[in-house]
Design a protein around this ligand. Sequence first.
Ligand SMILES: Cc1ncc(COP(=O)(O)O)c(C=O)c1O
Length: 413
Amino acid sequence: MTRLNLDFVRSQFPPMRDAETRGWAFFENAGGSCAPDQVVDKLDHFFRRTKVQPYYPYGPSEQAGEAMDRSQELWARCLNVEPEEIQLGPSTTINEYVLAQALRAEMQAGDRVIVTEQDHEANIGAWARLADTGIDVRYWTVDPESGLLDVAALQSLLNERTRLVCFTHCSNVCATINPVREITELCHQAGARVVVDGVSYAPHAALDLRALGVDFYLFSLYKTYGPHIGLMYVRRDHLEHIQNQGHFFNAASLTKRLTPAGPDHGEIACASGVIDYFQVLYDHHQPDAPADSVADMAQQVFQWVGQHEQQLMEPLLDFLGGRSSVRVLGHPRPDRDIRVPTIAFTSERADNQAIAAAMADRQVGVGFGHFYAYRLMEAVGIDPASGVTRLSLVHYNTPEEVERAIQVLDPLV
Ligand SMILES: Cc1ncc(COP(=O)(O)O)c(C=O)c1O
């Protein structure tokens, strides 16, 4: 069985080679991931050679436009959608905000929108604000102990006036994977569309958005090894009818209707570097059997990634689960089909700041706080001001780094 070659993976990331940074364990994927050479080099090239207004008929301008189109095209193939269905905006938060403005125009006062207590505020606040204009906003609540959502509870919230259900593929704190297909089918049967936040899921698994059946799906490329932009998928039939949020004269352009801020050219141009990185991983591990498509290539790469990430989370979840003073949010089982390796916890014995400081002393970079999942903190009885400690592992982390983190935690928690 092929296993992820970790030395090869790490050789692709400048911070893991550079003498000044290579001692650090970066456990902040859900905050922001490191970027591989394929992304960094493209951004560098864009700024050095093609940093002009793109899409005009002269050399550097044409090349800039081609690089941007390539990103749109490759990401579409990777996600199994059409290039025009991909909107590249400044961030997921902004993309949500713009989407909420556009969809509000299709709703009447009294229509229902369901949001969850589990989400990052980006997929709550933009919708909750619609209550000011007469929309009936309801909360799909979490289990107050685990922070998990129960699909049965959604059923009782859906009614014939429900227009939208906004939920997360997996929370940036609980990290447990919600059954997107099942929830989407349920919502569609009730006549509602779905807005899915995939920010914490996308770095850990290949996505087939067509197969998931979703209407709107968003994630942030800067947590998925890329530049600081947000990718929003909007199903073509919705996109064609959605209220234009861009300049009036751009209304006919499907990729401009929901990106009023105007694109960051260099960051869009280097976004294809993420897919190039996946391809480099694929070619290294499977040199004699080219994949049939970009989507197939990504599916295979994420099989190897998933196996490795499962091995990373096992010892950490076992360790934390064995401590009576520790509370881990989300599903406790280290199973990649159930959760991603983002592990958030509190300890009765040590505060989050002290844990993060002790980790930093051993060159383990972790974050703490509410991570903008403010309502989730309140729902599970954790003061948002102190929040949780979060160790957000990802495929470029090593078993040695996890062991180091456990050694730090052992006397503290
Ligand atoms: C789960 C989740 N959703 C949405 C966001 C917002 O993304 P952005 O920073 O691109 O606005 C974040 C950012 O941390 C997140 O973790």
